[in-house]
Ligand binder design. Structure first.
Ligand code: IMP
Ligand code: MG
Length: 176
């Protein structure tokens, strides 16, 4: 089997869009402190890039949830591998995700984090595959909507590979 990657979103387009999202976020959270909740590992590249252009005071925390394993399809079962360090009570929380597919991960996560009584809770995702949605979720900030493709790069992996690519690529697996 051969893995091939076709560039879908160039690095410069990705960065430009992330800057646009930061402008909107800066306006929406003016005068407030923003708490970014990054979902490991996929959202790390996006969260760090986004945070660079946020001008309101920012804190960041990380949590790890599993929803995919190494497969290319959503499993539907979600496990918390590592919880946040900080409490969320009274904070303006923005969950930062790499990609929304079925929406199961975020539906579960948002429900769980709401119980910790943040002042507000919103979702920001780098990519969205709206065609694949199963669980209804409210996404406040979306980088790009994409077709139902399996993508890698800028944090997104296939069997833990390709996270380091500076662009978003479509992964195609071909018979030798
Ligand atoms: P959901 O629960 O189906 O929305 O799945 C979301 C999670 O699945 C994301 O946070 C990713 O970790 C992973 N995922 C979904 N689609 C892709 C993809 O195209 N490439 C890599 N990971 C993906
Ligand atoms: Mg993710």
């Amino acid at each position: 089997m051969k893995e091939e990657i076709r560039v879908l979103i160039k690095e410069e387009d990705l960065i430009a869009r992330i800057k646009d999202l930061a402008v909107r976020i800066n306006q929406d959270y003016e005068g407030k402190q923003l708490h970014l909740v990054c979902v490991l590992k996929g959202s790390v590249f996006f969260a760090c890039e986004l945070a660079k252009y946020i001008t309101v005071p920012v804190t960041m925390d990380f949590m790890s949830v599993s929803s995919y394993g190494d497969a290319m399809t959503s499993s539907g079962s979600i496990t918390i591998n590592q919880d946040l360090d900080m409490g969320l009570q009274g904070r303006e929380v923005l969950i930062v995700e790499d990609i929304v597919d079925s929406g199961r991960t975020l539906a579960y996560l948002a429900h769980m984090l709401e119980k910790r009584e943040p002042a507000s809770l919103r979702i920001c995702t780098m990519l969205d595959k709206p065609q694949c949605r199963i669980s209804k979720i409210d996404v406040a900030y979306t980088g790009f909507e994409i077709e139902d493709l399996f993508v890698v790069g800028f944090g997104l992996d296939y069997s833990q590979k390709y996270r380091n690519l500076p662009y978003i690529g479509e992964l195609k697996i071909k018979e030798d």
